[in-house]
Design a protein around this ligand. Structure first.
Ligand code: F6R
Length: 249
């Protein structure tokens, strides 16, 4: 069974996750080495990013040795659009820390469709050239997706253009002023890309995620619940708050 760590609330949980990330960064700094982070967007990681910013501003944590690769981006999507994940990451984290602009990568939402496959190969190559992802942060979709690996995504899937699930588009409808404005596609890193990370932390907050978290942790490993693949990863922890733990046996 995947280890779960339950905190009384998401603020305390987020501080603990940020602490683990900051310790990894500092450890590598002492050895003169870099760190590769895999980062997520959405509501779940916001408090982790807030705490990382605080650690930078108040406790001298530097991100100068950090590379980061985001999980996904809508397609098509302009980087300066309100809903873009480039904009999200810059506003929630990158603009407030000292990570070099050339060190963070987010899947492209702007390339012509016939150039996406080559872009995805290059994205994975960049990760590998840097030694792979040391720490992957994940949220979980109500349908069990990780990144935008929707139900049906295979364990050996690579970074690619996918068609978004109706559940995912409905969840994003608010931000896009209606489901009709939510893009039908996205570029996401693959399940296999995620599974290669040396350490994975999946976070879940609130009652709303309690059922899918229990299914992913305790249910069968199936492509219908991509987060269940994490049962096969040897260094994954589900970090959840109390209300998100209510369906676990
Ligand atoms: C975001 C991502 C998604 C979200 C998931 C949960 O980069 O990859 O898998 O983590 O949809 O979203 P929130 O956190 O908004 O509930």
């Amino acid at each position: 069974r995947i280890p779960t760590k339950i905190y009384s609330n998401s603020s305390l949980a987020s501080i603990a996750v940020a602490k683990e990330i900051s310790e990894l960064i500092r450890e590598r700094q002492q050895d003169g080495k870099h760190v590769v982070l895999g980062l997520a967007t959405g509501s779940t990681p916001i408090k982790v990013y807030k705490e990382l910013i605080r650690l930078h501003k108040e406790e001298g944590l530097s991100f100068s040795n950090v590379y980061s690769f985001n999980l996904d981006e809508y397609y098509p999507m302009q980087p300066d659009s309100l809903q873009s994940y480039v904009r999200f990451m810059e506003e929630q984290l990158f603009n407030h820390i000292d990570i070099p602009k050339s060190n963070y990568f987010i899947p492209s939402g702007t390339l012509p469709q016939d150039e996406i496959a080559a872009f995805c190969v290059e994205y994975e190559q960049k990760i590998e050239n840097l030694g792979g992802i040391d720490f992957q942060l994940l949220g979980i979709g109500g349908n069990g997706h990780i990144g935008f690996n929707e139900p049906g995504s295979l364990q050996n899937s690579r970074t690619r253009l996918i068609t978004l699930d109706q559940v995912t588009r409905a969840a994003a409808a608010g931000e896009f002023q209606g489901i009709q404005n939510v893009p039908r596609k996205a570029v996401t890193v693959g399940v296999s890309t995620i599974m290669k990370a040396k350490r994975i932390v999946l976070m879940g907050w609130g009652e709303g995620k309690s059922k899918i978290v229990a299914t992913a942790v305790e249910g069968p490993i199936t492509d219908q619940v991509p987060a269940s693949y994490l049962q096969l990863h040897s260094n994954t922890t589900y970090v959840i708050d109390e209300s998100c733990s209510s369906e676990l046996t």
